[in-house]
Write a protein that binds this ligand. Structure first.
Ligand code: ADP
Ligand code: MG
Length: 582
C-alpha cells in the first residue's frame, strides 16, 4: 500500500497464476469504443463523480478519459499497466462478491500493447501528480506532474503498428458513433456521475450528474425526458428492477436504444432484451424497437460476468424469472400510462439520434437550433397535439371525409377530431377477433380456394407450422403439410373482395404463423385485421362514418391501431383558439 493514498484503497497486485487461468481471457481492445468503455469503467470503479471523455478521429488518433476518482499512487503506476495486475480481486472467490466493473487487470496492459499510452494520476489533493509514459520500445518512465486528485489516461494512435488490426476499423464516423453509444449508455446507467463527451473538439454530450431526468435530457432531448414512463423499483426475489421506457411512438428501426444494465454495466443478454420488447407488444410494429433504459441490481453471486472478455455477455442465474418480470413491468408501465396521442410525426430523440448527422457546436445548440426541425417550428402546432386524449372516445358527430381517408368529426364540446378510417376499422376487427371465437365458427370464417395454394417454407418454419394447424383453422386458414418443406393452403379467412391477392396473403399469414414467438397468434390476427379493414381511399356514407365512430367509442383501445400507429388526432377548442390567437 502506498503512503501517498489518503483512503485505504486496496493496492494493485499481480493475480496468482491459478486465478489468471480461470479468468475468461480474450481481446478486450477491439476498437476505440472498447477502449473508452474500459477507461470509463475504471473511472467509475475509482469512485469518480465526473468523467470527461475526449476523442479525435473516431478515437483512432486520440482517446483521453479524465476522472476525479481515487487516483493511482505513483508507486503503483507501473503495476497498473502490468498484465493481470488489479486492485479489485485477489482470489477467484472474490468474483462472487464483486462490486467493481473491472477485475481482470488486463485493460490497461492490453491498451499499452496496442497504442501509445500515458497515465497522469494523483491519489491525493496535494496538487502533485505523476505521469507514466512508454517509449517506443515499451520502456516505462514515471515523472512528476501536476493535477488535482484523479486520473487522466491518454491513448494515441490505436493499432498504429498493427496494420491488420487497424484494417478492421471503420471510418472515424462509425467508430465515433460507437464511442458515443458507450458514453450514452454509461450516462444513462449512472445518472449521478457527470459524463462529458467531446468529439473532435466539439461537445457532443454532457449529463448533469444530478438525476435521471438530467441524463435522459442530455442523451435524448426534452421529449423523451418529459414523456418517458418510470418503471419500478420492483423486487424479484433478491434482485431489483427499475428504469424507464419511452412511449411506443419513439420507436426506432434498430435495437441501438434498448439499454439493459446489470449491476451498473450494460449487457447484451438476448433473453432479457427480448423480454423487454415483448412487453411492448402489440404496441410496436414489427421491425420497430423501443427506447428504454432498464437496470437490474442483483447479488454478485447471482450472475457470472466471467464469460465474455468485454463483460458484455453476462450469465444470469434466474434469467427466466427476471425475463418474465421485465416483460410484465414494461407491459404494466405502458398499460397504466395515459394513451399516447401524438400523431406519428418525426419524433426527435435528441441531437444524438443519428451518429452521421452533422454535429452542432454547443453554442449554436443553446441558441435553439433544434427549432429548425420543421415539425418543431410552430410551437402552437405542438401545443395542439400534446394534450392527452381522454380515456374513452366521446360521442362524435361526423362532419365528412377528408381525401376518403380521414373522418373529420366534432365532439359535443366543440373539439375537432380526425380519425383514420383504415386504422379505426383495423382496431375494431382486431378487438372482435380477440373475443374468443365461437366453436364451429371456423367454417364461416374460411373461404375454400378453388385451387389450393402451395407455399414454400424453411425447414424450421415448416416444423413450427405443423404444430399450429388447428389454431390457424380456427381463424379460417386451412392448411396441411405437403411433403418436404411445402404446405398446401386449402382455405383462407374471408376477406372483402377488394383485398389483395390470395397467394401473397396466404404466404404472409403462413410466415406470421411460423414466427418462433409465443405471441404469433396475435400477429396473425393483426395481419388479418389489416387485410380486412376498410382501405384509405374508400368513400363512406355519412351513416357509415357515424357507425364507425360509434363503434370506436365503445372500445378502450381506440387511440392506436394494433400496429401501434395513431388512429385519432384531436385539436381541442382551446388549442385552436390559442393557435389562431382568438
Ligand atoms: P482492472 O480494472 O480489471 O483492475 P485495468 O487494467 O483496467 O484492470 O486497471 C488496472 C488497475 O489500475 C486497476 O485495478 C486500478 O487499481 C488501477 N486503475 C486503472 N484506472 C484507474 C483510474 N481511472 N483511477 C484509479 N485507478 C485506476
Ligand atoms: Mg479496468
Amino acid at each position: 500500500m502506498s503512503e501517498t493514498r489518503t483512503t485505504p484503497q486496496p493496492s494493485i497486485h499481480v493475480l496468482p497464476p491459478e486465478v489468471v487461468e480461470r479468468i475468461a481471457a480474450g481481446e478486450v481492445v477491439e476498437r476505440p469504443a472498447s477502449v473508452v468503455r474500459e477507461l470509463i469503467e475504471n473511472a467509475l470503479d475509482a469512485g469518480a463523480s465526473s468523467i470527461r471523455v475526449e476523442v479525435k478521429d473516431g478515437g483512432m488518433r486520440l482517446m483521453r478519459v479524465a476522472d476525479n476518482g481515487d487516483g493511482i499512487p505513483a508507486s503503483e503506476l507501473p503495476l497498473s499497466v502490468t498484465t493481470h495486475a488489479t486492485s479489485k480481486i485477489a482470489r477467484l472467490t472474490d468474483l462472487a462478491s464483486l462490486r467493481t466493473l473491472g477485475f481482470r487487470g488486463e485493460a490497461l496492459a492490453s491498451i499499452a500493447a496496442m497504442a501509445e499510452l500515458t497515465i497522469c494520476s494523483a491519489a491525493d489533493a496535494s496538487g502533485g501528480a505523476h505521469t507514466l509514459a512508454q517509449s517506443a520500445d515499451h520502456e516505462i518512465s514515471v515523472t512528476r506532474d501536476a493535477r488535482s486528485r484523479g486520473t487522466t489516461v491518454t491513448v494515441r494512435d490505436l493499432f498504429q503498428n498493427i496494420p491488420p488490426r487497424r484494417a478492421t476499423l471503420r471510418g472515424s464516423r462509425a467508430e465515433g458513433g460507437r464511442v458515443l453509444k458507450v458514453v450514452r449508455d454509461y450516462a444513462l446507467i449512472h445518472p449521478s456521475v457527470r459524463l462529458t463527451l467531446i468529439v473532435d473538439g466539439i461537445l457532443r454530450l454532457q449529463s448533469t450528474g444530478a438525476d435521471p431526468t438530467g441524463a435522459i435530457r442530455a442523451v435524448y432531448g426534452p421529449d423523451i425526458a418529459r414523456t418517458r414512463l418510470a418503471m419500478g423499483p420492483h423486487r424479484v426475489d433478491s434482485a431489483e428492477l427499475w428504469g424507464w421506457i419511452a412511449p411506443p411512438s419513439f420507436s426506432q428501426p434498430d435495437r441501438a436504444h434498448v439499454l439493459l444494465a446489470i449491476n451498473g454495466r450494460p449487457v447484451s443478454n438476448s433473453t432479457l432484451l427480448a423480454a423487454v420488447e415483448k412487453g411492448y407488444r402489440p404496441l410496436l410494429r414489427r421491425g420497430r424497437h423501443p427506447v428504454v433504459a432498464l437496470q437490474i441490481r442483483c447479488e454478485p453471486a447471482e450472475i457470472d460476468v466471467n464469460v465474455h472478455p468485454a463483460k458484455a455477455e453476462v450469465l444470469v442465474r434466474d434469467e427466466r424469472r427476471l425475463a418474465a418480470a421485465l416483460r410484465e413491468a414494461v407491459h404494466n408501465a405502458l398499460a397504466h400510462a395515459p394513451i399516447a396521442t401524438r400523431p406519428e410525426m418525426p419524433q426527435t430523440i435528441g441531437l444524438y439520434r443519428r451518429y452521421d448527422q452533422p454535429v452542432l457546436p454547443l453554442a449554436r445548440r443553446r441558441r435553439g437550433v433544434r427549432l429548425a426541425e420543421p415539425h418543431m417550428r410552430y410551437a402552437g402546432a405542438r401545443a395542439m397535439v400534446d394534450e392527452p386524449l381522454p380515456t374513452r372516445l366521446p360521442s362524435l358527430e361526423a362532419l365528412g371525409q377528408l381525401d376518403n381517408a380521414l373522418i373529420v368529426a366534432r365532439s359535443l364540446h366543440g373539439h375537432l377530431y380526425l380519425v383514420d378510417q383504415h386504422r379505426a376499422h383495423e382496431r375494431l376487427l382486431y378487438e372482435a377477433a380477440q373475443a374468443a371465437p365461437a366453436p364451429g365458427a371456423a367454417s364461416s370464417r374460411a373461404q375454400r380456394l378453388l385451387e389450393p395454394l402451395l407455399i414454400e417454407l424453411t425447414p424450421r418454419q415448416e416444423q413450427i407450422l405443423q404444430t399450429r394447424v388447428a389454431e390457424l383453422a380456427e381463424l379460417g386458414m386451412v392448411c396441411e403439410p405437403f411433403g418436404g418443406t411445402t404446405f398446401l393452403v386449402r382455405a383462407l379467412p374471408v376477406l372483402p373482395p377488394e383485398a389483395i391477392g390470395a397467394a401473397s396473403f396466404a404466404r404472409e399469414l403462413a410466415v406470421d404463423a411460423c414466427e418462433d414467438t409465443d405471441d404469433w397468434f396475435d400477429h396473425v390476427r393483426i395481419s388479418l385485421a389489416c387485410r380486412a379493414a376498410l382501405r384509405r381511399g374508400e368513400a363512406l356514407s355519412t351513416s357509415d362514418q357515424q357507425a364507425l365512430l360509434a363503434d370506436l367509442s365503445a372500445i378502450d383501445a381506440y387511440a392506436r391501431c394494433p400496429h401501434g400507429s395513431p388512429i385519432v388526432v384531436r385539436y381541442t377548442k382551446s388549442a385552436l383558439a390559442k393557435t389562431f390567437d382568438w
